[in-house]
Design a protein around this ligand. Structure first.
Ligand code: FAD
Length: 392
């Protein structure tokens, strides 16, 4: 049996099979023993700890839900549980992992030809090759569906890509970046596998982020970047195909929010039991307990929602609006939870060494990426009213 864990109040972990619980515990122990000791230092230095790639290789948890290509082919629920366990210790690490295993591999899995899957997925599963996902641009964030400025054009021999991408996680070192671009001829969005050594592909690290400092986010500049037809994602024919990838990964981001809230709550609970003021642990005061209970309520509602979300995903019933509602709700509850965690820690709540400050900062990135609160709310609003409020 798993040891009792403070942040699983309704014993949702008991819904897992013994093998699934074993994997969950393996990931939890891995994160505690191998990753937690590294993260504050690298966060402070604003650097990526490349040694974690070798550590992750031994875990065999990349590409969890995919079938074939050396992937574990476990339920989506396990992908969510793993995202939670990673984010519970460090949100940056879960973002690095999610970009590689979810966004990049997911694009190839859902939109690639058989040859492209055979070429990339087994190596990416083993983390011999690392992936990135380039959709957002300096001028186009929420409006990517209709507004991509990065273009592609077939010149009779190659596809020629021009434009810029912004915020692209892992892209400074990734072996392959999925670049989404608008075809100047058909006006449809297409996806490309762009290798890091490809002429015309340049990255520049975004400096001085106040969140997710371990993740290396890049501005990518594409200047007459030539990509052969064999590296165009063969089953990505319009933005609908991009949206299919995002639906899958947004569910994972909701689970990351659970992990972030859980990490902050568990740190805060431990702290309030130890910290004494007026001769008693601060956990014994009613107002502090109220904070703890509100945090736990948030966490429990997020967890139960995400368990159902993953069930829908495993049953093939997940719709865009399900993933969006979970992302909105969990991001909001996460933000409230980390802020209450920081509150009960007093001054130490802003010190990196107590971990909660890092969760507070990193929560802000989860809050914005893979669709802001407004955009995901509009996706749900469109589903329940029949009116699309995205554009006037
Ligand atoms: P904007 O689109 O400019 O939005 C600004 C504000 O306006 C928001 O509050 C938004 O909700 C609101 N708004 C916009 N349109 C509407 C509307 N119609 N109605 C109401 N409100 C509206 N992208 C990638 O492609 N790959 C990555 O790996 C990646 N990683 C990221 C990592 C981090 C740390 C961050 C911060 C971002 C990352 N992103 C990545 C980009 C991310 O998905 C975008 O930041 C996000 O979609 C929001 O876009 P934006 O920042 O341009 O904000």
């Amino acid at each position: 049996d798993l040891p009792p864990i403070d942040g699983d109040f309704y014993n949702l972990d008991l819904k897992l099979t013994p093998e699934q619980r074993e994997l969950q515990l393996k990931v939890r122990n891995f994160m505690e023993d191998e990753i937690r000791p590294l993260v504050n230092d690298y966060w402070k230095k604003d650097q990526f700890p490349f040694e974690i790639i070798d550590k992750f290789k031994k875990m065999n948890i990349v590409g969890v839900p995919y079938e074939g290509y050396g992937c574990p082919n476990l339920p989506f629920l396990m992908e969510g549980i793993i995202a939670q366990e990673i984010a519970r210790v460090d949100v940056s690490t879960s973002t690095f992992f999610g970009v590689h295993s979810g966004l990049a591999m997911g694009s190839i899995y859902l939109c690639g030809s058989e040859e492209q899957k055979q070429e990339w997925l087994p190596k990416m599963q083993k983390m011999e090759k690392i992936g990135a996902f380039g959709l957002t641009e300096p001028n186009v964030g929420s409006g990517v569906a209709g507004g991509l400025e990065t273009t592609c054009k077939f010149d009779g021999e190659n596809w020629v890509l021009n434009g810029q991408k912004k915020w692209i996680g892992n892209a400074t070192f990734a072996d392959v970046t999925i670049i989404w671009a608008r075809d100047l001829d058909s006006n449809q969005v297409k996806g490309f596998l762009v290798k890091k050594e490809n002429p015309g592909f340049e990255t520049e690290k975004i400096q001085d982020k106040m969140a997710l400092r371990i993740v290396q986010n890049a501005i990518i500049t594409l200047t007459d970047c030539k990509v052969p037809e064999s590296d165009r994602l063969q089953n990505a024919n319009s933005f609908k195909d991009t949206a299919n990838v995002l639906r899958m990964t947004r569910a994972g981001v909701a689970w990351q929010a659970v992990g972030c809230a859980r990490g902050a709550y568990e740190s805060a609970l431990k702290y309030t039991k130890k910290r004494e003021q007026f001769g008693r642990p601060i956990a014994s005061y009613q107002l502090v307990q109220n904070h703890l209970v509100e945090m736990l309520s948030n966490l429990t509602s997020m967890q139960t929602l995400c368990f159902r979300l993953s069930e829908l995903q495993d049953q093939g019933l997940l719709k865009d609006e399900h993933a969006s509602l979970a992302k909105v709700y969990c991001s909001l509850r996460m933000r409230d939870t980390v802020s209450q965690a920081r509150e009960v820690m007093g001054g130490n709540g802003i010190l990196l060494e107590y971990d909660v400050a890092r969760f507070v900062a990193d929560a802000e990135a989860i809050y914005s990426y893979e669709g802001t609160k407004e955009i995901n709310s509009l996706i749900v609003g469109r589903a329940i009213t029949g009116y699309s409020a995205f554009v006037s």
